[in-house]
Structures are given as C-alpha cells and as structure tokens.
Ligand binder design. Sequence first.
Ligand SMILES: Cc1cc2nc3c(=O)[nH]c(=O)nc-3n(C[C@H](O)[C@H](O)[C@H](O)COP(=O)(O)OP(=O)(O)OC[C@H]3O[C@@H](n4cnc5c(N)ncnc54)[C@H](O)[C@@H]3O)c2cc1C
Length: 285
Amino acid sequence: MKITDIFLSQEKTFSFEFFPPKDEISAVDFGINIGRLMKLSPSFVTVTYGAGGSTQERTFTLVDYLQNKIGLTTVAHYTCVNTTKEKVKNDLQYIANRGIKNLMLLRGDPPKGEQKFMPAEDGFMHASDLIAFVDEHFDFCKAAAAYVEKHPEAISLEEDLINVKTKVNAGADYLITQLFFVNEYYFDYIKLAKAEGINCRIIPGIIPITTFHQIERFSKMSAAKIPARLAADIEANKENSEKCYDIGVEYTINQCRELLDRGAPGIHFYTLNKSRAAVEIFESL
Ligand SMILES: Cc1cc2nc3c(=O)[nH]c(=O)nc-3n(C[C@H](O)[C@H](O)[C@H](O)COP(=O)(O)OP(=O)(O)OC[C@H]3O[C@@H](n4cnc5c(N)ncnc54)[C@H](O)[C@@H]3O)c2cc1C
C-alpha cells in the first residue's frame, strides 16, 4: 500500500525509522525490538540507506523482509550518493519487483572530510533531481526530507524552504522532518511552508534524548537545539542512567503530545533500532 493511501484513512500516522543491523548480534536484537514495536501497529516503517550507499544490499534485504515477511508497510530510503541514472533504474526496478511501493528520496551527505556534495557523473545534484527522475520512470509514493531548523548547508530557512518546495513540485508526496527538540521551530516552519504553497503533510521526526552521551553528540553535530533545561537535567543526573532515561522519555512524551494537539499529522520516530523508549512513548500517547 502507498503511504498516500494510508493518509486517506489515517488523519495522523505513527511511524518508525530503522537502520539495517550491522552484524548477527544486532540482527537478533533488532528482531526482538521489531516484535515489540509491531504490537503498536505502526502506520508504516522506514529503513535508512547508509552513507555512500554502504548499506544498499542490507537496506533492500531488510525492506523486503519487513514488507513481505512481517507485513509492515515499508519505505525504502535511497540517496543520490554514487548514483547514476542507470543505477537508479536498476535499483528501483529491483525494489518495485519486490512489491515495495514507497521511497524516501534524499541527496545524502558528502563523504567524511568533504564539505561539498559532488554528484556522480550522470547522477543527481539535488534530491529534487532524483525525485523528478523517479517520478518520470516509476510509480512510487515518494517522501522527502525537511529541516525545521534549516538544512546546515542552506544560507537561510527561506532559501531552504524554496528548495523543499522544488522537491514537492518534482513529485514528493509528503515530508518528514529532521529531528528537533523545540516544537516552536516546527510550528513556525509549518506556517512558512504554507505561505510558500507547500500543502502536503509534514510529519515531525522525533527522537528522545535518554543519555548524557546523546547531549554531547547532538551538541557536537549542532544538528538541533537542545533546550537548556533538558540538557541541564540530564547532565545533573549523568551518573544515573535510569533517571536520565526517565527525564528524556517524559520530555518526549510532552513534546509529542503538544505536536499532536496542535495539529501535527502524526509522529515519525527515530528508533535507533531500540524499542523501549518508543513503546513507552507511543503507549502513553
Ligand atoms: C527524514 C530524513 C531521513 C534521512 N535518511 C537518510 C538516509 O537514509 N541516508 C542518508 O545517507 N541520509 C539520510 N538523511 C540525511 C540527508 O541525506 C542529509 O540531510 C543531506 O545532507 C541532505 O539531503 P536532502 O535530501 O535534504 O537534500 P536536498 O533536498 O538536495 O538539500 C540539500 C541542500 O541543498 C540545498 N538545495 C536543494 N535543492 C537545491 C537547488 N535546486 N539549488 C540550490 N540548493 C539546493 C538545500 O537547501 C539543502 O541545503 C535523512 C534526513 C532526513 C531528514
């Protein structure tokens, strides 16, 4: 089923993102966690595509498994990194042949150590180029990425929004946001997006911070602003992992509640392949 068909019957969707397990032990762990998460009947799940296409085979295998063996509506992520038009045609035909109807189409990041994204020869410079190509050659439901605190390379949020609009015009059916912790960024973004003429669903992407290590990591990446109070509470309890976990989960429950109450069309949960926090948060919603 296409995600756009799910939208017809679900005013709000609840979805989970996974990455392909790296080894046998992680695969066993993943199986246990999937079992727990399935009980929540997610609207759909998504599987990431590793940097540089590093997980291509495992991404496709996992997507096939979740869709066809487990019976979950599954979205395959796919990027422009090292991708030619010929390769896109072959890869996506392979995906389509397995009954997958949903893609998340991305540009991908420049390789480590490089500042600028360089497309492959006969490849794609922007996600919008890939989306337009897929739209022309295939019949997939297509998602694209949005950044409520702007994409790090964009000069301004306004410029970034114009580029997101290009993705929608190229055929993206809905958007999922990069993770964020301050809801006002999302609500402001929705207003700006509407003014820009972006009318598709923009699903907030959410992750709970449950360890002090995550605070350090997110701060280093400067990926998203972390509220000072949340950071301070977790730092004050950094020797007590259960307390940190409780603080993070409680924050995320309140964050999700406010998003849903104020009109967000669902929640997309970055699970990091773990189930405990996701189960607790979703059950409480
Ligand atoms: C929900 C979600 C899922 C993700 N999944 C993955 C994954 O599975 N694998 C992975 O490797 N990465 C993934 N990413 C990360 C993503 O690949 C990076 O954030 C990447 O840097 C940008 O990808 P994009 O698709 O947003 O690119 P684009 O939409 O191409 O945008 C990238 C930058 O270029 C600018 N831009 C876009 N179009 C134009 C234009 N026509 N002219 C000038 N500038 C333009 C944008 O403003 C932005 O600054 C994901 C991100 C999100 C939010």
